[in-house]
Design a protein around this ligand. Structure first.
Ligand code: COA
Length: 400
């Protein structure tokens, strides 16, 4: 069991930074992995992990996936309401205008080794963006909003440029007249996407935009709460998202699906063997959802449609049988990364780019959280329980 809880009076006076100055010492609560701990208030999203509900600022994720675009969701997260037509047009124009990269950042991407981890390249390029943004250290709400826009506009350009450069192709300039989904797929593939591919990708972006105090958002808010800048905070968040227990899981899922495809085993047997070997099956399980992740429900339907349309029915069939076996054997359900992997694969996107696409979308959630953090900032600073030795005496170095 990974979670432990102890509740004891602190008594030692070392928790002054964690409590308002005029109050009595707070009790010390220990929960490994911070499971179940509520660290702050947020208006951005609500997750009910028992029934499988996800809400962005009042709107159910299914409603948003069916009836809005990524840019409308970005506006909702940043501004707190869905845009009207004029507001959306203005946002689209601003994003299009900001999509191009500073030439020096393109140069950074040109010098990245071709076998670099895409998330490492993205992390480096996003960090480099700060050096060419004269507003990087301007903490005003207006400048922070413009930086949120700029980061969201430029992340797709970085990912596409990195991928083309590592393949020996020239990076393509953004068309600057379309949606984020359209411009990204164009810059990646060198041809404009069809309406169906653009919409499928756009829905994926809607589904990944925001998800409460997950590891990367928390990491970003911890950095933001020190009153560091937005670039530093999202660079740290990218580092957290890279991990295979978080956003990196979608790459691991695709590796697993391809391994299953090569194995000749049934999906059920494949899962049983993995569980017998005490392996984790990537794309399953969640810290908050104890039932089916509502985003996985929508993505499963997308996999079904795409796999039939493209004559690649195996990805849907594998997914459903793996899901049923995991539910029966472990009572564990698929998360957002499980079905999104096959969607990206069928859209022809290279497997190792999957987590960068998650980043592209989550940039909106991270920046919205930072804006929220700075609207009522308090340093985020938990404590650790000391389990090391005491009363040691330094032995002079030449006697050790
Ligand atoms: N495959 C097999 N078993 C899993 C599992 C998985 N994907 N996820 C959780 N479990 C099991 C653990 O082995 C553990 O069993 P035990 O109590 O018998 O030891 C139990 O479920 C609880 O797991 P734990 O790691 O403590 O839960 P957590 O809340 O800390 O972890 C995740 C949540 C997401 C890290 C975890 O489910 C996981 O590693 N999933 C795979 C990676 C992934 O898809 N990440 C993307 C998340 S959106």
């Amino acid at each position: 069991m990974a979670t432990q809880e102890t509740l004891t009076p602190s008594g030692d006076g070392t928790d002054k930074a964690a409590k308002p100055a005029d109050k009595a010492p707070l009790p010390v609560i220990k929960r490994v992995g911070l499971e179940g701990v509520v660290a702050l208030d947020s208006v951005l999203s609500f997750i009910d992990g028992q029934v499988g509900e996800l809400i962005y600022h009042g709107y159910d994720i299914k409603d948003l996936a069916e009836n809005t675009t990524f840019e409308e969701v970005a506006y909702l997260l940043w501004k707190g309401s869905l845009p009207n037509r004029a507001q959306l047009d203005e946002l689209n124009a601003q994003l299009q205008a900001e999509r191009e990269l500073p030439p020096m950042v393109l140069d950074v991407l040109r010098s990245v080794p071709e076998d670099a981890h895409p998330m490492a390249a993205l992390r480096t390029a996003v960090s480099a963006l700060a050096l060419f943004d004269s507003e990087a250290d301007d903490p005003s709400p207006e400048a922070n909003y413009r930086k949120a826009l700029r980061l969201t506009a430029r992340t797709p350009t970085i990912i596409a440029a990195f991928d083309r450069l590592r393949k020996g192709k020239e990076a393509l300039a953004p068309l600057k007249r379309n949606s984020t989904a359209h411009d990204f797929l164009y810059m990646l593939n060198g041809e404009e996407p069809g309406t169906a591919a653009e919409r499928t990708f756009d829905v994926c972006l809607v589904l990944h935009a925001e998800h409460g105090l997950n590891a990367s958002t928390f990491a970003g808010r911890v950095i933001g709460a020190t009153l560091s800048d937005m670039y530093s905070a999202v660079t740290g968040a990218i580092g957290a998202l890279k991990g295979p227990l978080h956003g990196g899981a979608n790459v691991e899922v695709m590796k697993t699906l391809l391994e299953l495809d090569r194995s000749g085993k049934s999906p059920e047997q494949f899962i049983l063997d993995k569980l017998a070997a005490k392996e984790r099956v990537m794309g399953f399980g969640h810290r908050v959802y104890k039932t089916l992740d509502p985003r996985a429900v929508i993505l499963r339907e997308m996999v079904q449609d795409l796999s039939e349309e493209r004559g690649q029915r195996q990805w849907y069939d594998y997914g459903v049988e793996m899901m049923n076996t995991m539910e029966r054997e472990k009572g564990i359900y698929p998360n957002v990364d499980f079905f999104s992997a096959s969607v990206y694969h069928m859209l022809g996107i290279d497997m190792d780019l999957f987590t960068t696409i998650f980043t592209l979308s989550r940039m909106t959630g991270w920046t919205a959280h930072l804006i929220e953090q700075w609207s009522a900032n308090r340093l985020i600073r938990p404590r650790s329980e000391y389990t090391g030795p005491r009363n040691l005496k330094v032995v002079p170095i030449n006697q050790r």
